[in-house]
Design a protein around this ligand. Structure first.
Ligand code: FES
Length: 116
């Protein structure tokens, strides 16, 4: 059963900011881009680089290690067509931002950093 994990109060998640989370050892990155929210696993499918720490242009993020680029909307790489990063649904309700995990198995929530 899907489980919603609170990322942040909406008022504390400004446009242009990124929140980095660790959920049961899995790193996630949640982005606010002009009021739209996107969540990805913060692990590059190439060699495991921290995708979310790379440069962001619109919804395109570039892995800082070797330059693979991903569209946050779909997770699909734009320069390595057969690769993608995992994406997660994000919802806003009752003044807070939530990420939805499909398996619902996470018991640990740790906010690691604010990215912007
Ligand atoms: S680890 Fe991301 S492009 Fe190589």
């Amino acid at each position: 059963m899907p489980r919603q994990i609170k990322v942040s109060a909406l008022s504390e998640f400004q446009s242009g900011a990124t929140k980095l989370l660790s959920l049961a050892g899995i790193g996630l990155a949640v982005f606010n881009i002009d009021g739209r929210f996107y969540a990805i696993r913060n692990r590059c499918p190439h060699e495991g680089g921290p995708v979310a720490s790379g440069p962001l242009k619109g919804t395109l993020i570039t892995c800082p290690r070797h330059g693979w680029q991903f569209d946050l909307k779909t997770g699909q790489s734009t320069n390595r067509q057969s690769f993608s990063v995992k994406t997660y649904p994000v919802t806003v309700k009752d003044g807070a931002v939530y990420v939805e995990l499909a398996d619902g198995g996470c018991a640990v929530y740790v906010e690691l950093a604010d990215g912007g």
